[in-house]
Design a protein around this ligand. Structure first.
Ligand SMILES: C[S@@+](CC[C@H](N)C(=O)[O-])C[C@H]1O[C@@H](n2cnc3c(N)ncnc32)[C@H](O)[C@@H]1O
Length: 244
């Protein structure tokens, strides 16, 4: 998985560095207003955003439950002599600490949490923010979540996020109008052993109104579209919320 995060051949687990550089510049200009700030990156992965913000002199923290990503982020901080506080933990259980000027949750990660957990994370983010602090969410649009429900397809891979070994994948997905979710199932068949492993991801869609409601009910006041944010994908938008 770490290899996929760092790959410059695709934008699967993390986006390519050029896109991240542009997003970090956007954050510094439009959200931090070019002031040295305290930033917490939730689900920080290998710390690609933290590293860039730390290089610019911001005080950065991050939380992620992937040991390999956390180890990589810490090693990079040490290699470059950067101050980065990287905590290995689950966002649902780990205290966020603070106070921060900005909390980020990027790359559509809010959409993979159940609504009850999304509310908890929003409330914890609000509590961890200083007065005037902001939450930056990069969320999948409802249309993009719905579009994940594609017809079944088969494909073969030598290595990807599901396995380091040659394998065949059957991907199947469905939209559920009642819960407003898409669930994508991956049946991963090892090419040598024929062992099948199934993984599934459920994506929660939010209408504009339901996302605003989630944020307003959990400690945020103004909610704004992040104009000019470039995600490289029309289905991912930036939303900035101000602590109430
Ligand atoms: C798509 S990756 C994005 C990583 C990073 N934000 C980036 O854009 O480079 C999602 C990250 O969320 C982390 N993650 C997912 N659920 C989590 C949870 N409940 N607690 C902590 N981290 C989580 C994964 O380990 C992974 O690193």
């Amino acid at each position: 998985m770490l290899q996929e995060h760092l790959s410059q051949a695709h934008d699967a687990a993390s986006r390519r560095f050029q896109l991240i550089d542009g997003q970090v510049a956007w954050i510094e200009r439009n959200v931090l207003r070019d002031k040295k700030s305290r930033v917490l990156d939730l689900a920080c992965g290998p710390g690609l955003y933290m590293q860039r913000l730390a290089r610019s002199g911001h005080t950065v923290s991050g939380i992620d439950f992937s040991p390999a990503s956390v180890q990589y982020a810490r090693a990079e901080a040490k290699r470059e002599g950067l101050e980065m506080d990287v905590v290995e933990g689950d966002l649902r259980q780990t205290p966020f600490g603070g106070p921060f000027d900005l909390v980020t949750l990027l790359f559509g990660e809010l959409n993979v949490f159940r609504p009850v957990d999304a509310r908890l994370i929003a409330a914890k983010a609000a509590e961890s923010l200083a007065a005037g602090g902001k939450l930056l969410l990069e969320v999948s649009t409802a249309d993009a979540v719905r579009a994940k429900a594609t017809p079944p397809r088969w494909y073969a891979m030598s290595c990807d996020i599901w396995s380091d070994r040659p394998h065949v994948v059957l991907q199947d997905a469905a939209w559920d109008e009642a819960t407003y979710t898409s669930t994508v199932r991956y049946y991963v068949i090892d090419a040598e052993t024929n062992v099948v492993e199934c993984s599934a991801v459920t994506y929660q869609a939010y209408s504009d109104a339901s996302l605003r409601e989630l944020l307003r009910a959990n400690g945020f006041a103004g909610v704004f579209a992040g104009k000019g944010w470039k995600s490289g994908d029309a289905g991912l938008l930036a939303v900035v919320a101000e602590r109430a």
